[in-house]
Ligand binder design. Structure first.
Ligand SMILES: [Mn+2]
Length: 350
């Protein structure tokens, strides 16, 4: 059967026949991981589910969907994260039940949307949690496979997509609450279906979630579009102070700038790096944010054809080819110089 057009220039049937050995092996080990993960979940009674610090929409949405699903299967489940969810996610059922501590008596730990143990921050308690089996669900290509079982699908647009597949496998009924949580994850991680990670599968899952009662316009507006007036001024300041050199557009945000602008949040870039990469001249965008303790959070984005995930990984972070991040000890000037020179090399070698 011939199709009128193809995705990414590759016919899907031909693609399947030409799986290189490594991909075939990866597919098989992933199938094994799914089976093992299901086994752990079915046997568990008291589950601690956690996500990464400074949680985004995918972290919160995937965590809540997983929590609701486990509850519907009769499990006792605690959802937890080092940092609270942003108030923009207040429309999600159960968002105020997310605990800021990992204390308790559990027989299984589940990590969602975190690419390594450090990303869990203080929610991971080495002494208490170290002896628990750990199931990891994620979609970051830089995942360090830190679980006892790792279901990591880097072709998924979001962890929400991975959790959707899990719920289908477990025959969990997807009602409007789970649907809204999962669609929040998909919409935020794909910037409303605009990233290169968006696939026909992503759209078909989103369609199912809408049919299950999730409102696409409402979720898009609340999770992605609305921002505080302060953050608009913050963004404007970041844009005017940014610089473009050698295909890299970058900006630095110091604690003083944040204070002068009256921004309450003590981390994050209000979407600045995502705005800077829309510059036609940029291969890469970088935003350097000075944190309270003097360390520097680095957000990276790349234009198609460039990969910032490896750069972030080398500096102790991780992410995707098009969007990644890391945190360095600082000070600001050293960090900017180190990261920019590494990015220049990446661009030369691409
Ligand atoms: Mn994600």
């Amino acid at each position: 059967m011939s199709t009128p057009y193809t995705v990414n220039g590759a016919d899907s049937e031909a693609g399947l026949q030409q799986f290189p050995d490594s991909e075939e092996g990866e597919r098989r080990s992933n199938m094994q991981a799914w089976i093992e993960a299901e086994g752990y979940l079915r046997r568990a009674q008291r589950i601690l589910a956690v996500t990464h610090l400074a949680p985004d929409g995918d972290a919160i949405g995937s965590l809540l969907a997983f929590g609701h699903a486990m509850q519907s299967l009769g499990k006792t489940v605690t959802v937890a994260c080092q940092d609270p969810a942003h108030s923009r996610f207040d429309y999600l059922h159960g968002v105020h039940d997310i605990r800021l501590s990992g204390e308790g008596n559990f027989d299984l730990m589940v990590s969602i949307d975190a690419s390594d143990l450090q990303r869990l921050g203080s929610i991971f308690l080495p002494v208490q949690h170290g002896r628990l089996p750990l199931v990891v669900f994620d979609h970051h290509i830089t995942n360090t496979m830190f679980g006892s079982v790792n279901v990591v699908d880097s072709s998924a647009s979001s962890s929400a997509e991975v959790i959707y597949r899990l719920l289908r496998r477990l025959d969990v009924r997807i009602g409007s609450e789970i649907a809204a949580a999962l669609l929040t994850g998909i919409i935020t991680d794909t910037l409303a279906f605009r990233t290169s990670s968006t696939t026909p599968e992503t759209l078909s899952i989103a369609m199912e979630l809408m049919r299950a009662g999730a409102s696409m316009p409402e979720i898009t507006r609340r999770a992605l579009v609305l921002r505080s007036y302060d953050s608009i001024r913050f963004l404007a300041n970041g844009i005017v102070t940014s610089q473009l050199e050698d295909g890299i557009v970058y900006a630095t945000i110091t604690r003083k700038m944040r204070k002068d602008l009256g921004v309450k949040e003590d981390r994050g870039d209000a979407g600045l790096v995502g705005t800077l990469i829309t510059s036609m001249e940029a291969h890469v965008a970088a935003v350097f944010v000075e944190l309270v303790d003097g360390s520097v959070e680095v957000g990276l984005r790349s234009a198609p054809g460039y990969d910032v995930s490896q750069v972030a990984f080398e500096f102790g972070g991780g992410g995707h080819a098009a969007a990644a991040g890391c945190t360095l000890p600082g000070p600001m000037r050293d960090t900017v110089n180190r990261v920019l020179s590494r990015l220049r090399r990446m661009i030369r070698e691409t």
